[in-house]
Design a protein around this ligand. Structure first.
Ligand code: FES
Length: 76
């Protein structure tokens, strides 16, 4: 977990992703994305930067409405 560093506050959003980095930034190339990918926006995924469905549990618990960014081909 991301607590214990001088930058940590209990109200921070990111509590577990790349805690040793000052900024979490992922670069993906177009050819890596393929037909469809879902990217996490809740900071809870175990498969970061991809969504693993963890947002559903959080939403159920808190009444929140978090969800992923889905990148896919346009319907033709
Ligand atoms: Fe984070 Fe789905 S797990 S948005």
């Amino acid at each position: 977990y991301c607590f214990g560093s001088k930058f940590s506050r209990p109200d921070r959003f990111n509590k577990k992703i790349q805690c040793d980095q000052k900024k979490v930034k992922d670069i993906m190339f177009k050819d890596e994305v393929g037909e469809k990918k879902s990217f996490c926006r809740c900071w809870l995924s175990e498969k970061w930067p991809y969504c693993d469905g963890s947002h559903s549990k959080w939403n159920k618990l808190t009444g929140d409405n978090l969800g992923p960014v889905v990148v896919r081909e346009r319907d033709t």
